[in-house]
Design a protein around this ligand. Sequence first.
Ligand code: PDD
Length: 276
Amino acid sequence: DKVYVNGQIVNPQEAKVSVFDRGFIFGDGLYEVMAQINGRFFYEKEHLERLQSGLHKISIDFNANLLPNEIKKLLRAVRLTNKDCMLYIQITRGVAPRQHSYPSDITPTLMMYSVPKVLPEINMVNAHVITRKDFRWSRCDIKMTSLLGNVMLNEEGVQHDCYETILHRNGLLTEASHSNVFFVKEGIVYTHKADEYILNGITRIVVIELCKSLGIEVRESAITLEEVNMVDEAFLTGTSTQIAAIQKIDEHQLYIENEKGPITRKLQGAFLKLKY
Ligand code: PDD
């Protein structure tokens, strides 16, 4: 019920950001979403490191080490300390007269809010997805607030009663509109490599490590659009998605009812036991 803006914790109606904020005008900013589960943020350090590295990529001068303390203040104010919740963090370049180039002497705008949320049971989702051409730009590694491409592609999935839209570029499956995607073929797990065509999800990294520790062969190599009809299993990963089994890709049904594949099941089981 309260939000954090530049050091102040206020009611959302009282929170003010200039219309000349470059986040508003250009989408010139980054964000993070973290989940607090059983009283602890899931891989907080890794999320904040990704944010810091993104800020560095776009030359926003902000020290992400300041965040844990500010997050604590916000959670205390909204009484979510140690409660299951989602935290949204946004840092934009700041306020300046409209010009494309980076202004000098500009102070970044920091906004955060947290809402209570218990994530759905990990093994309850049997996601239906559609595939669409990835028409976003070529710096998907930057977790920027300008999400129009993701929003449009997600909406298409929703219009088709789907949980997600998975994307392909140059014939390769990249990621989904707000999650990463994995496939299983003949016992081997495949996911697109972490280059500039995907966001390197924290959950993605955790799941790759889980595969390794479980002795499941994992390759950071993309599945082609033609191969997608031949995969045995598929699943999505993300902060709120965790690991969601994919039941149907376009017209290709992977399993019936709740009979998802053994590797997806094994990873979900191990995911729930993670210590972080
Ligand atoms: N989505 N790919 C995209 C395009 C994403 O937007 C996200 C996260 C992911 C998964 O990243 P992670 O495992 O670090 O959450 C992959 C966030 C949660 C969102 O937009 O709400």
